[in-house]
Design a protein around this ligand. Structure first.
Ligand code: LMR
Length: 400
């Protein structure tokens, strides 16, 4: 009965790793998926994660019972606190409904399913471009996806005027997806002043902000600074959705640890929202997994581990910033044609190089360097020893 099924294409991001794994070359380099690597090119398990796991293993009182539908209550509280801040009035006033979800994607999907069921406006605006999965997550949940201007290829920066015009023309009530920091794939973020203008526009038009926070701590190295845009929106007392991921900032990729928070205007509303979230989640996956959220909450509630985490997080962010500098210096030293200053100006895990699809294909074929076809490279996958190889490839791609 399935004989007529056609072969599906690989995922544009995760498929890069599939292609990379098939390549036998010793010089191959995977700059596709946004996953942190050490200077030796190896995946990193943070020390605090190892310590937290040890504490969990040693605790004989721990059992493997189901979590509640909304997940680990302690983890939810700590996650809301992490993104909204210790003294957030929304938390103090019990206006936040939080559900532990399957990392960032699961949090976005649960939020989208909730909106499709309970919100009167079905249109969500996502930036152009955005993370490749956003379109699919929201479409599959039944929302209608439109885009707003974001990136300006000529300046390789923010098209702020276009953004304001497009959001200004959105119908009242429309949902707006915002990358909290370290925009993926462009690495271009609004300034604090620009965020304030975006906030005013969104509130004055009655749009509903939905933050995707996948890189808290990765953009600047500071958890608080990277949460500032979200906190500006919550400080005005209005509603907002937040999807949090611990994949990058705790390196818990495969553990699938994340949270959806819905900030409401009153405690009784939040409590009813929470009750409806359970009805959304139960038929999808019943309840979330225990282990990863236990690791995250062990770190978040223990001040020694928390402080150690901040140091390790800053070290990862700093190594990425140093990769930006080294790649920029290598291209400058080679006299590679073009302005490459965006490599050091962009923020977070990715550089949106400006290389086109053909140049990317050339670099993969001739240099065994793997990246998404839009020219995005994961700076976290680079190290001092691989920078020269990448610089050679970019130089060849733009001069051949
Ligand atoms: C990425 O953009 O590379 C990451 O967010 C991983 C993913 O799931 O796509």
């Amino acid at each position: 009965v399935f004989a007529a099924i056609v072969q599906a294409p690989e995922d544009p991001i995760l498929g890069v790793t599939v292609a990379y794994n098939k390549d036998q070359s010793p010089i191959k380099l995977n700059l596709g998926v946004g996953a942190y690597r050490t200077e030796e090119g190896k995946p990193l398990v943070l020390n605090v994660v190892r310590k937290a796991e040890q504490l969990l293993v040693n605790d004989q009182s721990r059992v493997k019972e189901y979590l509640p539908i909304l997940g680990l209550a302690e983890f939810n509280k700590l996650s809301a606190k992490l993104i909204l801040g210790d003294d957030s009035p929304a938390i103090q006033e019990n206006r936040v409904a939080t559900a532990q979800c399957l990392s960032g994607t699961g949090s976005l999907r649960v939020g989208a399913e909730f909106l499709a069921k309970h919100y009167n406006e079905r249109t969500i605006y996502i930036p152009q471009p955005s993370w490749g999965n956003h379109l699919k997550v929201f479409t599959m949940a039944g929302l209608s996806v439109k885009t707003y201007s974001y990136y300006d290829p000529t300046t390789r920066g923010l098209n702020f005027q276009g953004l304001l015009e497009d959001l200004g023309a959105a119908p009242a009530g429309a949902i707006v997806l915002l990358h909290a920091c370290a925009h993926n794939p462009t690495g271009v973020d609004p300034t604090v002043e620009q965020w304030e203008q975006i906030r005013q526009l969104i509130r004055s038009k009655g749009l509903l902000p939905f933050f995707d926070s996948a890189y808290q701590g990765f953009a600047s190295g500071s958890l608080d600074a990277d949460a500032q845009p979200v906190r500006m929106f919550v400080a005005d007392g209005g509603e907002c959705f937040i999807a949090q991921s611990y994949a990058k900032n705790m390196g818990l990729y495969g553990e699938r640890v994340g949270a959806l928070s819905i900030v409401c205007k009153a405690a009784d509303v939040a409590s009813r929202v929470e009750s409806q979230l359970k009805l959304v989640i139960r038929p999808m996956y019943s309840n979330p997994p225990l282990h990863g959220a236990s690791i995250a909450s062990t770190i978040l509630k223990n001040s020694d581990l928390y402080n150690e985490w901040k140091v390790e997080l800053k070290a990862m962010a700093d190594r990425i910033i140093s990769m930006r500098k080294q790649l920029f210096d290598a291209l400058t030293a080679k006299g590679t044609p073009g302005d490459w200053s965006h490599i050091i100006k962009q923020i977070g895990m990715f550089t949106f190089t400006g290389l086109n699809r053909d140049q990317v294909a050339f670099m993969t074929k001739e240099y065994h360097i793997y990246m998404t076809s839009d020219g995005r490279i994961s700076m976290a996958g680079l190290s001092s020893s691989t920078v020269p190889h990448l610089a050679d490839a970019i130089h060849a791609a733009v001069t051949c």
